[in-house]
Design a protein. Structure first.
Length: 288
């Protein structure tokens, strides 16, 4: 019930149906196909009938799935193709008018106690957060709000918004697919990029590959028709948009009253460790 009401309040149910009905057919990416979707706007009951991909998929990712360099590049390619297809200035961007912006979606989550829960989750996750970042707790929420506001002011595209590793799956040939489109909407691509790399990769592999992968993203975005994005631009957005990625997991660690437990106990600390370590490595708070 709590999840259903939350989906109704944030618009998640209708957004996912809209994605499968209107946007999925326009995307040359690995993602499930949908045969039917509907939402009752009074009860917020919804239904999606998806194609069965279980015989094709090598594995559905967990927080422990190994993401090789080839798999990481496949993730980046998928994001670049998706973001380019509906980017500001493209005719297809008009298709996004019925979706919520990431800024507005974030605002609705405040009604469920996002600030209080995520702050408590951060404090309670001390064991997995770098001490130097943990000591700057008072800066976390203000900087998060600044990153959300900046996302609102930047060029927009279609964004998935919940691209943590458990929402990906592995196809033959290390080709990656993306599922669970309930949080999708309109925003800047930087958050999807930051959220993907910071949760998918081990700390060691992220440190080794992240610059190359951000460069690859910029190259593929340009190849797909989005001009004017430099590596320096992308690198800055990548570093700054880690904040709300962390928020999504600190609230999961300490959900407020009325919110369900959304992840197994071992998953959330693992992702908090990865994201917070990335923030510490990359000096995220120093950018605000």
């Amino acid at each position: 019930m709590a999840i259903r009401l939350g989906f109704g309040h944030t618009g998640s149910g209708s957004s996912e149906i809209y994605f499968y009905d209107r946007l999925r057919p326009q995307l040359d990416i690995e993602a499930p196909n949908c045969y039917y979707g509907n939402l009752d706007t009074e009860t917020f009951n919804s239904i999606l009938i998806l194609g069965d991909i279980s015989d094709e998929v090598e594995s559905f990712c967990t927080h422990e799935t190994h993401i090789s360099r080839a798999r990481a590049e496949s993730q980046i390619l998928l994001l670049a193709k998706m973001h380019a297809r509906f980017h500001d200035g493209n005719e297809a961007h008009k298709e996004l008018s019925e979706l919520p912006t990431w800024f507005d979606f974030f605002q609705t989550t405040l009604d469920f106690g996002l600030r209080e829960g995520s702050n408590q989750g951060f404090l309670d996750a001390q064991e997995v957060i770098p001490p130097s970042l943990y000591g700057r707790f008072e800066e976390i929420w203000p900087a998060t709000l600044e990153s959300i506001a900046e996302n609102k002011s930047l060029p927009k595209t279609f964004t998935h918004n919940d691209v943590h590793l458990k929402n990906w799956y592995v196809m033959p040939g290390d080709r990656m697919g993306l599922a669970d489109w309930q949080c999708c909407g309109v925003g800047h691509w930087g958050r999807d990029l930051a959220y993907t790399l910071s949760t998918a990769l081990t700390v060691e592999n992220r440190r080794t590959w992240e610059e190359d992968l951000v460069r690859y993203y910029v190259e593929e975005l340009s190849a797909a028709g989005v001009a004017g994005v430099t590596f320096d631009d992308a690198w800055r957005h990548y570093r700054k948009q880690l904040l709300s990625s962390l928020t999504w997991w600190t609230i999961t660690y300490r959900p407020t009253a009325g919110m369900p437990d959304m992840q197994p106990a071992d998953v959330t600390p693992a992702f908090i460790r990865r994201i917070s370590t990335a923030m510490d490595d990359l000096g995220t708070l120093d950018l605000f």
